[in-house]
Design a protein. Structure first.
Ligand SMILES: Cc1ncc(COP(=O)(O)O)c(C=O)c1O
Length: 466
């Protein structure tokens, strides 16, 4: 489908878009991102009254939230409209309104449903292999002068944390009577997890993946195909995760009966809350594993990498209100935050809307997304989950940008010291140890999530191996 040439939104919001140039009138603090609108627009000129309605509803909410941005953290601090402070919400087109309403209804019905939980936990235990180990890394600890524990999501079936969420959402899809599943993927881990869940449940699966990622994550593409999924290479933009998400949204607009399994804590409400909930098993386990191993259930530090934010949200979930725990996140610095070749969304981002949520994103003054870059296919997203934008802005988390070379060094170091080859995404979290070394005391407990294993990144590692 070609990009639309013209888009007119009437009402007090007026957006006129021609040949990818967007002119805005009547928009106050809110930037409407071309990358949110374009995926939802079929060819031709359209009067998007639906966007006007959605936008104005959310603007009222924005105003309320301006006075409420220090709200206490509940399940990440979310309110009933899906806002974490000023970030979040649901900026969706009319055509998907019903789908989102039904999704919300179904998700909040199962959240505390004992039958659903039993079915989900049974799969996590006997299919995924949970609990994932909490491993005391003694040689890494000696290197950094503190006590480092690794939460081994790399040991899950399919090799990453993504399967926790894919199984939760597919059980929900089944309860809703859905037969066709769609998903976006960057590194291919979420695509493989979704294709696996679909094979397990006997459901049709279509995975959208940027062509650049199809090439750099060849092994995962072959796995998805072997699992019976259709992989749709996406050739718009720089052909990475954002473009795959755009295409999945487009497809969903024309096929609203499909169930879209979003792979991270991004997108419109309730996705960030739902994905965070399905990943919260990570910190649920950390609590009792720490209690068992060290006699107390909290660490001094939690660390994780943030692409959209799902492994980080799972790692932090049960500690967000515990101020004894310092939280440090790694985002992808690419070649360097000041080089223009970066995905450091929190360091550089400004408020805008992407894929249905108000969050921080890297964009120019016209609201055009600046193409992100990272060596890691799972971290080069131009936005960030709205909860993480809120945690960073409110000071709950410290966020550091890790450059490609720092992540590679950390991956080689873990491999040599502990015999664990991490995913390149997880290596960004490992690089935090060097950055924070000066703050560690010998008895501090640092829990760091290894979100995935490095098999899929072997080509990259081989290229940089010295
Ligand atoms: C192994 C691994 N870790 C981390 C990520 C980043 O995603 P998120 O921030 O949602 O955890 C990805 C994304 O594909 C991944 O494959």
């Amino acid at each position: 489908m070609a990009l639309t040439n013209q888009l007119i939104v009437r009402g007090n919001t007026c957006v006129y878009c021609q040949n990818k140039k967007i002119l805005q009138k009547g928009l106050s603090e809110l930037t409407i991102s071309l990358f949110f609108i374009l995926p939802l627009v079929p060819e031709g000129e359209l009067n998007y009254n639906c966007l006007f309605k959605t936008t104005s509803m959310n603007k009222e909410k924005d105003m309320q939230n301006e006075t409420n941005s220090n709200s206490p953290l509940g399940a990440g601090g979310i309110d009933e409209n899906g806002y974490y402070g000023e970030f979040g919400g649901a900026y969706i087109p009319e055509i998907l309104h019903g789908s989102f309403e039904r999704l919300k209804e179904a998700f909040y019905a199962i959240k505390d449903d004992a039958g659903f939980k039993a079915e989900y936990y049974e799969l996590l235990k006997n299919y995924v292999g949970r609990p994932s180990p909490l491993y005391f890394a003694s040689r890494l600890s000696a290197e950094y002068g503190t006590k480092v524990y690794l939460k081994r999501e790399d040991l899950n079936h399919t090799g990453a944390h993504k399967i926790n969420n894919a199984l939760g959402q597919i059980l929900l899809a089944k309860r809703m009577g859905k037969t066709r599943i769609i998903a976006e993927t960057g590194a291919g881990q979420h695509g493989v997890a979704t294709a696996t869940a679909c094979a397990l449940m006997g459901l049709e699966c279509i995975v959208f993946m940027g062509k650049t990622d199809v090439e750099r994550q060849f092994l995962n593409v072959q796995k998805m195909r072997m699992l019976g999924a259709t992989v749709e290479p996406v050739t718009s933009g720089n052909m990475t995760l954002k473009d795959a998400t755009n295409e999945a949204f487009r497809y969903w607009c024309s096929n609203p009966d499909s169930f879209y399994i979003v792979g991270s804590t991004v997108g419109a409400h309730p996705y960030p809350d739902m994905v965070g909930f399905f990943q919260s098993v990570i910190s649920e386990e950390i609590k009792w594993q720490l209690q068992e191993q060290i006699g107390r259930d909290y660490p001094d530090y939690l660390m994780a990498c943030v692409g959209g934010g799902s492994n980080a949200m799972g790692t932090y979930y049960h500690y967000l209100n515990d101020d004894r725990v310092k939280i440090v996140s790694a985002e992808a610095g690419g070649l360097g935050v000041d080089t223009g070749e970066t995905a450091a969304t929190i360091s550089l981002g400004t408020t805008g809307i992407i894929h249905g949520a108000k969050t921080l994103l890297i964009q120019d003054e016209d609201g055009q997304i600046i193409e992100p870059y990272s060596i890691s296919a799972g971290l080069d997203y131009p936005g960030i989950g709205p909860a993480h934008a809120f945690f960073a802005k409110s000071g709950r988390t410290k966020v550091l940008a890790i450059n490609d070379d720092e992540a590679l060094d950390a991956a080689f170091e873990l491999t040599r010291l502990e015999g664990i080859i991490p995913a390149i995404e997880s290596a960004h979290a490992l690089a935090l140890l060097k950055k924070e070394k000066a703050t560690f005391k010998p008895d501090d407990i640092v829990v760091l999530t290894v979100s995935g294993r490095g098999d899929k990144d072997m080509d990259t590692y081989v290229k940089h191996f010295k």
